[in-house]
Design a protein around this ligand. Sequence first.
Ligand code: ATP
Ligand code: MG
Length: 208
Amino acid sequence: MPDPYVLPGTAILKNKFNLTTQQDLDDAEADFASLRLRELAQNPIEGDYGVRHYLAFHRYIFQDLYDWAGEPRKMNIVKEEPALGGLSVEYTDYTDIRKRLAQVLGAMRKRSWENYDLDKLTKYFSHDLAALWKIHAFREGNTRTTIHFCCQFADEHGFPIDRQLFEENSHYVRTALVAYNAVFSDIGDKSQKQYLEMIIRDGIENGK
Ligand SMILES: Nc1ncnc2c1ncn2[C@@H]1O[C@H](COP(=O)(O)OP(=O)(O)OP(=O)(O)O)[C@@H](O)[C@H]1O
Ligand SMILES: [Mg+2]
């Protein structure tokens, strides 16, 4: 099926600025999405950490760039990962995105975060963040949306996290999320959780 999100015959996402090269689009993202992320860190988006709240984060961050900001993707995606020898994480089928978001966010809201020590905070926060990311609810911009949504959640639940650590190590964080979610229907569970858990533990400790 042709990808309706890209300019025909290219891998470049259609965008509000009508940019037609990846470099120009990367530059615009670096300017506009980064500005919105800085605003977000100062001015939280109020909400109940449900599905609409999660979608609102993406809408806010990517409002300047994409018409579909805040909308779940309407197609299935694969992304070849060097860390998986070219395999893709098995992202949620697009028809199940809202249902799966509701499940993961429901479980996250029910936990008694206030009673957890550092080990438990690290384990369960890593688990929920990775589960949310594995859905890959959007055509693009999932890592930034998930990280900032989860950091605001942590701020509000009494364990503020050092966001700068994630920003400065964004490549590591994305690879760690891939490693955490390396579970395949054919070759089984190849997941490695320790990389994500390490940086999340550091983020919680630095945020204190
Ligand atoms: N937490 C963050 N804060 C600020 N910038 C980030 C953060 N995480 C990633 N970035 C920057 O955003 C750009 C794109 O990131 P990346 O492609 O890894 O994730 P994404 O587009 O958010 O999600 P995905 O491609 O998985 O849907 C990179 O230039 C990266 O440096
Ligand atoms: Mg990306």
